[in-house]
Design a protein around this ligand. Structure first.
Ligand SMILES: [Zn+2]
Length: 298
């Protein structure tokens, strides 16, 4: 038994060391023009796609549709009213389903980034590449710009080859950081978010096929307090916040009103920067270049 424990601990230490060498955090990241914090408002424009993949019943699909018919428009209006440029992570199929909304978001200056073709990354390499290229082409057709960012588990090397400069998916840190390829020298910038600042964790009833005990329908004022505290903590130490919204979740009127109050209060403090993820990524890559290719990360 002690031998098993020793072996387990050795395995754990090895795994931790391997993990550590793959991650390179940008410490003391300074933002342009003396900004104290960068706040990325991001919206995952899933609508009903993920719910369809999970074979959820029609009433659940209808909740997703609300995001494409109403929620996305309300979010665009909200961001525009505050002159905030957001990043909309958009599945390729959404470009077919809600082209007017995607075009309107791009016209307002919001970044349209990749969120897979139909909210999944296929295992088959050829199909995987096909999905990434189809999504990039669909976004470019509507917006005139190829996406440079993704929220997905696409393979880093493929992303780089297709011109992507960042992803916003994993959350091993609260600061922007480079993550190395699992089996090679390349890296990709990650702009982390966390479930504590993801609307679906607070407002999604019947989220991802969950049981009743896992249902959430929280008071927006309570969520306001949690998110304000998260913002304030990052603001005090000088940092980064990536707020993850979903049009079918946050697009409801009472939650839009809460976000309106939150943004207004954030703007009440000096030196708060509201860029797109692409702006953050370009700043990081230029000011804090990725570790040399061929050398271990860190
Ligand atoms: Zn999604």
């Amino acid at each position: 038994m002690p031998l098993d424990l020793d072996r387990d601990l050795t395995d754990l230490r090895t795994a931790a060391a391997t993990y550590d060498t793959r991650h390179h955090v940008i410490t003391n990241c300074a933002w342009p023009d003396g900004a104290r914090i960068a706040v990325n408002f991001t919206a995952d424009f899933d609508a009903m796609l993920l719910r369809r993949l999970l074979n959820e019943p029609p009433m659940q699909l209808a909740k997703g549709e609300f995001g494409g018919r109403v929620g996305i428009w309300r979010l665009i209006e909200l961001f525009d009213s505050h002159a905030i440029k957001a990043t909309i992570f958009t599945p390729g199929r959404i470009c077919e389903l809600y082209p007017q909304a995607v075009k309107a978001a791009a016209r307002s200056g919001h970044e349209i980034a990749d969120h897979m073709w139909e909210h999944r990354v296929p295992k088959d390499p050829a199909l995987k590449l096909d999905h990434l290229r189809k999504t990039a082409a669909a976004i470019e057709r509507l917006t005139g710009r190829r996406p440079v960012g993704t929220r997905s588990a696409h393979t880093f090397s493929i992303l780089r080859e297709e011109g992507f400069i960042y992803h916003s998916h994993n959350a091993p840190d609260y600061r922007p950081h480079y993550i190395g390829d699992p089996d090679g020298p390349g890296v990709l910038l990650n702009l982390p978010f966390h479930y504590a600042i993801d609307d679906a964790m607070f407002f999604s009833f019947a989220w991802l096929d969950t049981e009743n005990a896992a249902q959430r329908m929280m008071d927006p004022d309570h969520v306001f307090d949690i998110w304000w505290a998260a913002f304030l903590q990052e603001y005090r130490q000088g940092g980064y916040l990536n707020i993850c919204l979903h049009p079918f979740v946050s697009g409801r009127a009472l939650r839009i009103a809460m976000l309106d109050r939150l943004i207004t209060q954030m703007k009440g403090l000096p030196d708060v920067w509201f860029p797109t993820c692409e702006q953050v990524a370009r700043h990081c890559v230029a000011a804090y270049p990725p570790p040399q290719s061929g050398s271990p990360v860190r």
